[in-house]
Design a protein around this ligand. Structure first.
Ligand SMILES: *Cc1c(COP(=O)(O)O)cnc(C)c1O
Length: 374
């Protein structure tokens, strides 16, 4: 038999793509270590500048991680106790945790059945007098319809925090995600499209006043050395991470293009196989970045087990939605409360996808999925 029968395909792995990037990162870590400016060093400002230029906003503030980026964004917008915040029910848990963290009330909405993202219409219908903000999450790297969401937000007088943790470099209506909302959050968790070598995040905005608040708040509320203007926290982007991110940022376009190429290849080869539903076609002017490649099937668990036996690792994003977690029982939502979110949790499967994935690896995954449904 062919050697392919013994093939192992990881769900995600760090390949040296583009060629030589590993060596460049190692070199940068050594150089940055020798600079001995570990906290708020020049490399942090350098990265903040190049990242805000890349996104097309006035400024970026590096923070400790993506969760903090969301919390600081909400705080900068004055969201707190007594405020409702709209968000999708099918996001990663960090989004709802951030709302809870600032003392506001999370209001979970079902996403669109095809895009898995919030629509402007769903947001519009959910707004009440208590709604202070909405968090559109560009889930799996597919941008939400931001021009329409911003229009609704403007008409109804609510604020917008984009959760861009899975969508660095994604474009909608010709603009980068993170350039639409009032204050927007990024994570650079290592496996994200732009990943550090540890925890890291950033907040971006056109609103310098709100970013200045975050700059103080993230550093104990300090305005000058040992002068504290407000009771803050510690959530700084560390210099080693900033230096690595500056090395990787110029490659983000290439990394995302490779993800799109792999996604197109999956979609071409898996179209019409069994009851598989591949990711939705996108409207013109939209460029997704495929943080994840998520398919749907009624036989999800059986497919996952079959692939595992064949050496292929897959994951479910996410198996139990927030409203059915113990942590959010107090929201009072029961099973059946968010039917689309629950259907997605029961039928979604994320296939292996990472820059540097070989043709042989992808071919093997496609073949085994075809075998399962044959
Ligand atoms: C990863 C992620 C976060 C949180 O980022 P961390 O850096 O891990 O704190 C927030 N929202 C979404 C949608 C994410 O995928």
């Amino acid at each position: 038999m062919t050697q392919e029968n013994n093939m192992q395909v990881p769900f995600f792995t760090f390949r040296d793509f583009p060629d030589g990037i590993h060596a460049r990162i190692e070199q940068t870590l050594v150089e940055e270590y020798r600079r001995q400016q570990f906290i708020l060093g020049a490399s942090v400002q350098e990265f903040e500048r190049s990242f805000s230029d890349y996104i097309g906003v006035k400024e970026a503030v590096g923070v400790g991680n993506g969760f903090d980026a969301l919390v600081l964004s909400l705080r900068a917008l004055g969201v707190g106790p007594g405020d409702d915040v709209l968000l999708p029910g099918n996001s990663f848990i960090a989004t709802i945790n951030a709302v809870q963290q600032v003392g506001a009330t999370p209001v979970l909405l079902d996403p669109d059945e095809k895009t898995y993202n919030l629509t402007a219409q769903a947001v519009n219908q959910a707004i009440t007098q208590h709604t202070k903000a909405v968090i559109p999450v560009h889930l799996f790297g597919l941008p939400c319809p931001m021009p329409q969401i911003m229009q609704v937000a403007q008409e109804k007088g609510i604020l917008v925090v984009e959760d861009c943790a899975q969508a660095h470099g994604a474009v909608v209506a010709g603009r980068q995600v993170g350039s639409f909302g009032h204050v927007n959050a990024f994570s650079f968790y290592p496996t994200k499209n732009l990943g550090a070598v540890g925890d890291a995040g950033a907040v971006v905005s056109q609103d310098l006043e709100r970013l200045n608040f975050i700059r103080k708040y993230q550093n104990y509320g300090q305005s000058q050395r040992y002068a504290y203007e407000l009771p803050g926290v510690n959530s700084r982007l560390d210099s080693l991470q900033a230096a690595v991110l500056s090395v990787k940022l110029p490659y983000l376009g290439q990394l995302n293009e490779e993800r799109r190429r792999l996604a197109r290849s999956y979609s071409q080869q898996l179209a019409g196989v069994g009851d598989l539903e591949c990711p939705a076609e996108v409207p013109p002017g939209t460029e997704p970045v495929f943080h994840l490649y998520v398919v749907r099937t009624r036989q999800r668990d059986a497919l996952q087990q079959y692939l595992q036996k064949k050496g292929i690792s897959t994951l479910v994003h996410y198996p139990v939605p927030a409203h059915l977690q113990k942590a959010y029982g107090h929201l009072g939502l029961r099973k059946g409360g968010l039917p689309v979110t629950e259907a997605l949790a029961a039928t979604s499967l994320s296939l292996p996808l990472y820059p540097g994935m070989t043709e042989g690896e992808q071919h093997y995954v496609v073949e085994q999925v075809q075998h399962f449904f044959a």
